[in-house]
Design a protein around this ligand. Structure first.
Ligand SMILES: Cc1cc2nc3c(=O)[nH]c(=O)nc-3n(C[C@H](O)[C@H](O)[C@H](O)COP(=O)(O)OP(=O)(O)OC[C@H]3O[C@@H](n4cnc5c(N)ncnc54)[C@H](O)[C@@H]3O)c2cc1C
Length: 398
């Protein structure tokens, strides 16, 4: 790199980090390095589908493919420590990366809130590996016992729990059909500590989603607290629910990197940022990590990345910097096959059309990160199925 180039180190190959790298890559005043702990981008919104028969490819894209034609250095490594004095970032493999500007977008990590047994026994869908593990378990349990689990319990009435609950009945019946297992009642419980589903959304939307889930036969346990899990039961409000399939979608917390590196944090553990999303001089924080109004959604991470990179370009051009204004994301929550709730400001839409919009939103999401032709091919993976179970694999290809 030349001495005149602004050396930008971006940490995190997720929505925020990738968008920031793409936005700076076409400006030759910047030398851009993207450091991530994994060689793939994880498309979280599709993981529930990958866990219930969808293809792994729909939830994962290689960084090398996204940046194939971009002038960005990709480094795989786990960021551990910032050396502020020397403007350097250390990684777990002992390497040191220098920067003029640092952009951090490390995402969140699962939080079990110290509830006994969850970490050991519960399944999750926050990574491709977790989604695949859950899928394998659903098959194994049914083929071992030739009947459904006594209860399938999903903890968390947020978008992830709802998406998964909506898809599960159909998928379990699909496995039973393929394996010639006699149909029996399937009990799926959705447990939420708050008195309603998706507390962030309007009440009428909460009710519409609850009605849809009940229509699918899902039992809702609202305002109920999970206390502990053992190998074959979950304790909820002092009563045990028998289950070998408990799926935890309820808790995330900010990445420990920020506490370990003495960033100023809010009570909820998010990083305090100024009106330019700057946490400290030359260090910007995006997406799930930053304490912004709509932090916690992919659309916010993309929006933050565009905001910060535009300001970096303005700074080099001696232009006035813009001030951050949070933008309300559109919420699209699938709850069962071909049904989704859409909330955009005062606008609401439920049902098949909502589901079609969700499909369109996925295409849009891929287009944020890839050229249209690659995004289109990625989007098409949503319509395929994939099974490691040999019997289901044959059925899915006939
Ligand atoms: C199951 C699920 C479903 C979701 N569905 C939706 C949805 O439908 N719509 C929506 O808007 N949002 C959804 N979200 C939320 C959305 O995915 C996040 O808000 C978004 O991913 C945040 O982007 P980010 O760039 O801040 O972090 P991420 O996208 O999480 O990216 C963080 C990156 O940092 C990397 N990383 C972590 N630690 C290190 C380290 N120490 N060193 C280097 N790299 C590291 C990670 O591997 C990852 O690549 C969902 C989330 C989950 C978990």
């Amino acid at each position: 790199m030349s001495d005149s180039e602004e050396r930008v180190l971006i940490v995190g190959g997720g929505f925020g980090g990738i968008k920031a790298a793409l936005k700076l890559a076409d400006d030759e005043r910047f030398h851009v390095t993207l450091l991530s702990d994994k060689p793939n981008f994880r498309y979280y919104p599709s993981l529930f589908h990958t866990a219930t028969g969808g293809r792994a490819a729909q939830s994962s894209i290689a960084l090398s493919s996204i940046f194939a034609e971009e002038s960005v250095d990709i480094v795989i490594g786990q960021a551990t420590k910032i050396d502020r004095k020397n403007k350097a970032l250390h990684t777990a493999d002992g390497k040191v990366h220098h920067y003029n500007t640092l952009i951090l977008a490390l995402g969140v990590v699962t939080n079990y809130f110290g509830i006994k047994g969850l970490e050991q026994y519960a399944y999750g869908i926050k990574s491709l590996e977790e989604a695949e593990r859950l899928k394998a378990h659903l098959h194994q349990q049914l083929t071992d016992e030739h009947e459904p689990d006594l209860n399938y319990v999903i903890i968390g009435g947020g978008p992830t729990g709802i998406e998964l609950a909506g898809q599960l009945p159909q998928y379990i019946r699909y496995i039973m059909d393929n394996h010639g297992i006699k149909h029996r009642a399937i009990h799926i419980d959705l447990v939420e500590a708050a008195p309603s589903l998706v507390p962030r959304l309007p009440k009428d939307t909460q009710r519409a989603i609850a009605r849809q889930l009940r229509r699918l036969g899902i039992r809702l346990y609202l305002g109920q607290t999970v206390q502990a899990e053992t190998a074959d039961s979950l304790m909820v409000n002092g009563k045990p629910i028998q289950s070998h399939t408990v799926i935890w979608t309820a808790g995330v917390t900010n990445h420990p990197f920020f506490k370990e590196n003495q960033f100023a944090l809010t009570d909820h553990g998010k990083v305090v940022v100024d009106e330019h999303l700057q946490a400290e001089p030359h260090i910007f924080v995006l997406g799930d990590n930053a304490d912004t109004k709509y932090s916690g959604m992919a659309q916010t991470a993309l929006y933050d990345a565009i905001f910060v990179t535009h300001n970096l370009k303005r700074y080099l051009s001696n232009e006035t910097l813009r001030v951050y204004e949070p933008k309300q994301p559109i919420s699209v929550i699938p709850a069962g096959p071909h049904w989704a709730a859409v909330v955009a400001g005062k606008f609401r839409l439920y049902g098949w059309l909502g589901w079609a919009l969700r499909e369109a939103a996925d295409l849009d999401g891929f287009k944020e990160l890839e050229p249209w032709w690659k995004a289109g091919a990625q989007w098409m993976t949503e319509f395929g199925t994939e099974e490691s179970c040999p019997i289901c694999a044959v059925v899915s290809h006939t």
